[in-house]
Write a protein of this length. Structure first.
Length: 107
């Protein structure tokens, strides 16, 4: 499993501690330094059964600046969301893979 983290994020640190406590094997990706591509985001979303708006930090000032609150959430709108997440990785909720594990989803 690969987990995307921001080292400055307390939730990311907690997630790593949880994974360590469970003895899980994982690799760390500092996604702000090595942003995921739209294709990588698509693969992750498919595995998690989520849509791009489900993992977007819509409360961030950048999201407001982009007007994301008014963006559609239908199939035709996905490419716009994916492009925004790929261009602005700070908008990606973290750490998604840990949420998937807690929900019983396979990553």
């Amino acid at each position: 499993m690969e987990i995307w983290i921001d080292p400055a994020c307390s939730k990311c640190s907690s997630a790593l501690s949880l994974l360590d406590a469970e003895g899980a094997a994982y690799t760390v990706r500092r996604y702000l330094e090595e942003p995921p591509t739209a294709d990588e985001l698509e693969q992750v979303l498919r595995r998690l059964g989520l849509e791009p708006w489900d993992i977007t930090r819509t409360g961030e000032p950048l999201a407001a600046e982009l007007g994301m609150a008014s963006w559609g959430r239908e199939t035709d709108d996905r490419s716009r969301w994916m492009a925004a997440l790929a261009a602005h990785p700070t908008l990606i909720q973290r750490p998604e893979p840990v949420k998937a594990i807690k929900a019983g989803r396979s990553f």
